[in-house]
Write a protein that binds this ligand. Structure first.
Ligand code: FES
Length: 606
């Protein structure tokens, strides 16, 4: 629970974050700004929060707080890990920052594309008959913007009604509005992570870099299919489907825009820019571009860099001249969401050897050795989303997300309610635990009943059958309930996970090989996306989803696509950086590699 102590902002909010992330990151992922100038690196000592209940005191805390404050729970947010349910008081920001902390500890100097200038103009006289426009442009001559017809139509009235005290709104070289009075402190932008399943919108105050409101909802394209392939197929089978998919995307975006503006108490007409980060198919569908070539070899995009477009084209009712910047894509299956993720994690600005994995139905993998950057996509299938899994479900209330096996079965369930099924992180956890206790062998088969009694006697009776198939019972709704009515993991589920993890580990193995890097040389693994960020690092290592490395090198990176979109709005330099990534990253196509199948088979075992 994050209790925002700033009366001008939202009050208590409950958020769900992966265990182990810092309070600073947890707040930042959820759009709650905490004072900082070091970006969460433990050096500025500004990120003060008050935490309910016991939490460790670091030497930095001792230097920052008095004894009484420490006893009262004050700590530096970037040095406290979330390991339990916790309530945190976040004080109001003490300064209006000129930089903002975004993504994985990235400091972004504010340099938005939209610039506002407040000017008090001399009123015209017979001796000074300059035109209204010349009068205005003379006052902002360092910007030299070009007006459009919308501005010209408004200009005479606005100037006179505001006694010639107005604010010019300039985007790049275009004068897009003239507003009465001083509106320089009112400037917003909308960052959108357009996911296949979930869409997240963050409303930003670009004058401070702070998020004003965040909202998410299921993509309204869901009825057309859960993944990109089924949505592409829908357009191939029905000529009207592309239009309907586009409408569904626009409805999703406009619902979210309305929601964040209402929650943030922001006039939509003060939102001048939108950044959209989505995979290549979601982007094509939102723009109304035929996605068919993305769905079949040789997997070609219509363009890597869609042009900017008016926000009204996406059904967004914002400022009349609001425009949308769409993230560029590297390939049909390494889209704008991953380019945004690379921006947010600074994949091109770090000398360390790093591996970035966005785990999902289509898994995107990026490796950088501080010099070269390679990217690829691996078709992991729907297992992580709960698809093709007997008791699989999305990460919603009732989903088992954590499993610990010992004398009993300990389950972590989303929403603390009766378990209903198994989500992706629970699936990885239970398989890793079954391998650890010896109930699954390295080939992924449940061991024989006699072996089970020997290696894990307390759990052996949970290994049973449904029809011809062996299953492990995770939760019975009532004591003695049959396995058919229980939450179970089946032998087929294990196989599905094996295929998914083999696709991913083959992907990163081949990229590392291409760069001549050993697994152990990877200094940091970033697990990104709504599923990857919630994976247990230890379980991911145990089943071989990520290289066998100390868990401290494995970091939950959060919704990096949304973070990248924020960066693009806060700084034109960062926006340019996203475009530069297209030249810096080499896309590696795995499907035509002769050694792919052999590697894949090697990677199947645990
Ligand atoms: Fe600077 Fe925590 S953010 S010390």
């Amino acid at each position: 629970t994050v209790r925002d102590a700033d009366p001008d902002r939202t009050t208590a909010r409950q958020v769900r974050v992966p265990p182990g992330v810092t309070v600073f990151d947890a707040a930042s992922w959820n759009g709650i700004a905490i004072d900082s100038t070091c970006g969460g690196h433990g050096t500025c000592h500004k990120c003060k929060v008050r935490i309910d209940g016991p939490s460790p005191v670091t030497r930095h805390d001792v230097r920052t707080f008095t004894r009484e404050q420490l006893d009262d729970g004050w700590r530096l947010a970037c040095l406290v890990n979330t390991t339990r349910d916790v309530a945190v008081d976040v004080p109001p920001l003490t300064t209006r920052p000129k930089a903002a902390t975004v993504g994985v500890g990235r400091q972004v100097i504010l340099r938005p594309a939209v610039q506002k200038r407040y000017v008090e103009l001399d009123e015209p006289t017979l001796a000074d008959q300059r035109t209204d426009l010349a009068r205005l442009l003379d006052a902002i001559d360092d910007l030299e913007p070009v007006p459009d017809l919308h501005v010209l139509r408004r200009l005479p009235t606005v100037l006179r009604s505001a006694d010639f005290k107005v604010t010019a709104v300039v985007v790049d070289e275009a004068l897009v509005d003239v507003e009465p009075g001083d509106t320089t402190k009112t400037q917003h932008a909308l960052a959108i992570d357009l996911g296949t399943t979930t869409v997240v919108a963050t409303l930003l105050d670009v004058t401070t870099g702070t998020p004003v409101a965040v909202a998410s909802m299921l993509n309204r394209q869901q009825p057309f299919g859960g993944d990109v392939i089924t949505r592409i197929s829908a357009t191939m089978m029905d000529p009207d489907a592309l239009g309907r998919l586009r409408t569904a995307a626009c409805e999703t975006l406009s619902t979210l825009a309305t929601q964040v503006c209402a929650e943030g108490g922001v006039d939509p007409a003060t939102v001048y820019e939108v950044a959209l980060a989505g995979n290549a198919t979601m982007t094509a569908l939102a723009l109304g571009v035929d996605p068919e070539p993305l769905g079949m070899a040789p997997f070609v995009m219509s363009t890597a860099q869609p042009p900017d477009l008016p926000a009204s084209e996406l059904g967004l009712s914002l400022h009349p001249r609001a425009r949308v910047t769409v993230f560029p894509a590297l390939g049909a299956y390494v889209g704008g969401d991953i380019v945004a993720g690379m921006l947010a994690t600074g994949m091109d600005r770090d000398k360390r050897t790093r591996l970035f994995i966005d785990v999902g139905t289509n898994c995107e993998i990026v490796v950088s050795d501080g010099d070269r950057i390679l990217a690829t996509a691996a078709p992991a299938g729907p297992a992580f989303e709960g698809g093709a899994i007997r008791c699989g479900m999305r990460a919603a209330d009732g989903a088992i997300e954590v499993v610990k096996l010992g004398e009993t079965v300990e389950l972590g369930v989303i929403g603390d309610v009766e378990p209903r099924g198994l989500c992706g992180s629970g699936l990885v956890d239970v398989v890793a635990e079954l391998v650890r206790v010896g109930l699954l062998d390295a080939s992924g088969r449940f061991v024989a009943a006699e072996v089970a009694k020997e290696v894990a006697p307390a759990l052996a009776d949970r290994l049973t059958q449904v029809g011809q198939e062996r299953v492990f019972v995770l939760h019975r709704p009532t004591p003695g309930a049959p396995p058919e009515e229980s939450v179970v993991l089946s032998q087929r589920d294990v196989r599905e996970l094996q295929f998914a993890k083999a696709a991913i580990s083959t992907g990163w193995s081949l990229l590392l090989e291409e760069l001549g890097i050993e697994h152990r040389d990877v200094q940091q693994v970033l697990l990104a996306g709504s599923f990857g960020s919630y994976l247990s690092a230890a379980s991911a290592v145990r089943i071989g989803l990520v290289p066998k490395l100390p868990v401290l090198r494995i970091v939950a990176a959060g919704n990096v696509a949304g973070e990248g979109a924020k960066m693009a709005l806060l700084s034109t330099r960062e926006r340019e950086g996203a475009r530069t990534l297209l030249k810096e990253v080499t896309y590696v196509e795995l499907s035509d590699r002769a050694d792919f199948n052999d590697k894949f088979v090697d990677q199947l075992s645990f």
